[in-house]
Design a protein around this ligand. Structure first.
Ligand SMILES: Cc1ncc(COP(=O)(O)O)c(C=O)c1O
Length: 438
């Protein structure tokens, strides 16, 4: 490959200077594997960025996009429609948790979060309940990087350079409780009572009639795979119902099979008022996000606006982009045709046992898992939080496996097409990498 000039591209969420001194370049992808610029196969241990659930370079998706771009490359989404947008929404609504039948498209998980927060506040307003403006998130939550998302989000490192969050926000505590739940397989036994804080502290402090919505990731992914304690989400739902607060699930990671079920909402049998999703919605190949919304919310907007008025003054130039819609239709079809969510469920037992085999490896402090996701938490090096995680990531890369790391937590979330032998290799490589950096 000819020498690349790397000066201009300021890379997102990247240690730019370190990267540019020793670049890691992907040049192609197929199935479970990337190829790097040296021609090495790199196993995708994190579905790109939790998004390529059906694996790479899937023919039906590629062909759908090719066909679409040669037919209708772009259409403005405001006051004009195109058939693929309606087709995609109908398909998504048909596979959404029962009761969430309206689809509002955006282009990313961050946009989905901010859109959901705006929708929640506006919903109460159009019903004449304009006092409900407060938004409750959770410590260690990740809802993308826009101002709404970082306000309700709770990852300190993503907030500290931007101390201008929304003023009407509070946070629940994180459910992470290693003292009681370390090395739990599946849902932790302890911690449902963390939800009670919503009633005992937050509604008491704020007056529940001022709270518009609570937003949580059913399983917190980006902060390092925090599985919800048994019963926790049900308790949140009950308290929200009691006080007329909307419950938003951010399913940007958990949607589309990651937990061995179509949605976390179905896995945990809790129906939120709004789900945000993205990533697996289009298998990551064209940017796309969406909100799945209860019809009562949609209908309140319709009822409140005058004839010919725009009911929800919100949207993006690329909302329901024809390429994204074509990609999403082909992706959702592929998930169903290949039974990929069921496949994730069927593989989850093996995945769990291979993950937990790393328990005795030096510096492993916790392993947690559900469906096809696992988090491996490592002891931090004294005075250098995150250094060990970075080293393990680099060692895995050298060994031909791509994983994610958040601080000193390694996150494993392969495409749902992974084979049993590949699961074996994935955890063997991670184990060796942790050992090598001990
Ligand atoms: C739960 C959750 N919400 C929102 C986002 C943001 O999505 P995006 O990077 O597409 O803006 C992510 C990304 O990882 C996520 O995990």
């Amino acid at each position: 490959m000819t020498e690349l000039n790397m000066d201009a591209f300021w890379m997102p969420f990247t240690a730019n200077r370190h990267f540019k001194s020793a670049p890691r370049m992907l040049v192609s992808a197929d199935g479970m594997y990337y190829k790097d610029d040296a021609g090495r196969d790199i196993m995708d241990g994190c579905a790109g960025l939790w998004c390529v659930n059906a694996g790479h370079n899937r023919k039906p998706i590629v062909e759908a996009i090719q066909k679409q771009i040669a037919t209708l490359d772009y259409a403005p989404p405001f006051q004009i429609g195109h058939p693929k947008a309606f087709e995609a929404a109908e398909k998504l609504a048909a596979m959404a948790p029962k009761g969430l039948s309206k689809v509002f498209y955006v282009n990313s998980g961050s946009e989905a979060a901010d859109t959901a927060l705006k929708m929640a506040v506006a919903y109460h307003r159009v019903r004449g309940d304009a006092a409900r403006v407060k938004l409750i998130g959770r410590e260690r939550g990740y809802h993308g990087v826009n101002f709404g998302g970082i306000s309700v989000g709770g990852i300190a490192g993503n907030r500290k350079l931007f101390p201008v969050a929304l003023p009407t926000v509070d946070h629940l505590r994180s459910t992470h409780d290693l003292g009681r739940n370390a090395f739990t397989r599946g849902e932790p036994e302890f911690g449902a009572e963390f939800a009670d804080e919503l009633e005992a502290r937050i509604t008491t402090l704020h007056d529940p009639s001022t709270i518009a919505a609570v937003i949580v990731e059913p399983m917190a992914g980006s902060t390092g795979v925090l599985i919800p304690p048994k019963g926790y989400l049900k308790r949140l739902r009950q308290i929200c119902d009691k006080y007329g607060i909307l419950l938003i699930f951010d399913e940007v990671i958990t949607g589309f099979g990651r937990l061995g079920a179509d949605w976390a909402a179905n896995k945990f049998d809790v129906l939120p008022d709004i789900i945000t999703c993205a990533k697996g919605l289009s298998n990551g190949v064209v940017p796309m996000g969406a909100l799945l919304v209860k019809p009562e919310i949609h209908d309140a907007f319709m009822a409140a606006a005058a004839d010919r008025a725009i009911e929800f003054p919100h949207g993006y130039t690329y909302s329901a982009h024809p390429l994204a819609c074509a990609a999403s239709i082909a992706t959702l079809d592929l998930y169903q045709e290949e039974g990929l969510f069921q496949r994730a469920a069927a593989l989850s037992g093996l995945f769990e046992s291979k993950a937990h085999q790393l328990k005795s490896v030096k510096n492993v402090k916790d392993i947690r898992n559900l469906g096809l996701v696992a988090g491996i938490e490592l002891d931090s090096r004294p005075g250098a939080p995150g250094a060990r995680g970075f080293d393990v990531f680099l060692k895995c890369w050298e060994a031909g496996v791509l994983v994610r790391f958040t601080g000193d937590i390694i996150a494993v979330s392969p495409p749902l097409i992974i084979s049993e032998a590949e699961i074996d290799r994935l955890f063997a490589v991670i184990g060796d990498a942790i050992q090598a950096t001990a």
